[in-house]
Design a protein around this ligand. Structure first.
Ligand SMILES: *Cc1c(COP(=O)(O)O)cnc(C)c1O
Length: 341
């Protein structure tokens, strides 16, 4: 048990309920979980433990070091960035690559092959092999668990979604893949046709809401910061770097152990909000590297050592800050004690 002046409260029941909701939206398909970037900043090991206990069987990370950090948990892990020569030597037994390029396919075959996944590009032009290369026999003889593709604009209503779905659907039966997988969190909410055999939610597991289908998704992560000092600022005085806040009247402020080095970025300057119970406390002035000031006139009893909760509902906080829901979570630093309840 450490005692940082910063803690990230994590709601394990909400995480599991979110996964169950996404599974139920997946039209009978299996529902996996993207846990790359340390479970979107929440802590991949704790996320995997909880979701595996709830019945989740397919986990996705970006790179092999992430798979190694989960190796002892005994779950099936797909490594989305595939395999480099440098990755071949140290591979946990339950992890397999998602092959993205002709070169990766060649490398995997040369290394002896074995079970793998394959990413096919259906229009995003990020990762994946071309459907024409599949038609030309590139994957013949490969032992493929899941053929997958990725949607570029699943959180928008654009024709590209249906174009990608159709381009993917025609590949059914064209490879030896046992399963097909297309949908991320937003893709699951596009409708039953997008689920195929396996879905791959990430952000919605962690409280992200992007489409109407995500209405029942619950917030999982709530940052809390301790008050380092309470002080009175006289009318006409300033608070913080570059004096962006000038007190128009005598103002009570609390200075929190939280700053941009913790992922509470400067876009929250003069905009963010903390809470003490139901009392809203506005962030004032610039966010510093390790410190943030809030006005606490509305909370006379708050004192040094008390804890405040930052407003961090993902869609609303993304709209307020200009950051994406993903950045809000993955930016949270390791000075937070991650406390699951
Ligand atoms: C990150 C990722 C996901 C999960 O996406 P969300 O938008 O977080 O649901 C699914 N598939 C792939 C290939 C990814 O890289």
């Amino acid at each position: 048990m450490t005692h940082s002046p910063l803690r990230l409260r994590l709601d394990g029941d909400a995480l599991v309920a979110n996964w169950q909701l996404l599974r139920d939206l997946s039209n009978g398909a299996a529902c996996g979980a993207a846990v790359k970037a340390d479970g979107y900043g929440l802590g991949a090991r704790e996320v995997v433990r909880r979701l595996a206990a709830a019945g989740c069987r397919d986990f996705f990370v970006a790179v092999w070091s992430e798979a190694r950090a989960l190796a002892d948990l005994g779950v099936s892990i797909s490594v989305l960035h595939g395999v480099r020569d440098a990755d071949l030597a140290d591979r946990p037994p339950d992890a397999r690559p998602v092959l993205n390029t002709i070169e990766q396919v060649r490398r995997w075959r040369a290394a002896g092959g074995g079970l793998c996944d394959v990413m096919v590009d259906t229009g995003m032009n990020r990762l994946g092999i071309a459907p024409e290369d599949i038609a030309a026999g590139l994957l013949d003889g490969l032992e493929i668990e899941t053929l997958m593709s990725h949607l570029a604009c699943a959180d928008e209503d654009v024709p590209l979604n249906e174009q990608q779905r159709t381009a993917f659907a025609v590949l059914r039966g064209r490879t030896a893949a046992r399963r097909m997988s297309l949908a991320n969190s937003a893709g699951i909410a596009l409708g039953a046709d997008y689920a195929f055999d396996l879905t791959r939610p990430g952000i919605a597991l962690y409280g992200g809401r992007q489409r109407a289908g995500h209405t029942g998704i619950r917030q999982v992560a709530s940052p809390e910061a301790q008050i380092l000092q309470r002080r009175r600022v006289r009318a006409g005085e300033i608070v913080g770097y570059n004096a962006t806040f000038v007190a128009s009247r005598d103002t009570e402020i609390a200075v929190l152990n939280l700053g941009y080095a913790d992922g509470y970025l400067r876009c929250f300057s003069g905009k963010g909000r903390a809470r003490a119970g139901d009392t809203m406390l506005p962030v004032i002035g610039r966010i510093s590297m390790d410190l943030t000031a809030v006005a606490v006139d509305a909370a006379p009893a708050l004192a040094e050592g008390d804890w405040l909760t930052l407003d961090y509902a993902l869609p609303e906080t993304a709209a307020l800050s200009g950051l994406s829901q993903y950045e809000l979570l993955t930016g949270l630093g390791d000075r937070f004690d991650r406390m699951w309840g």
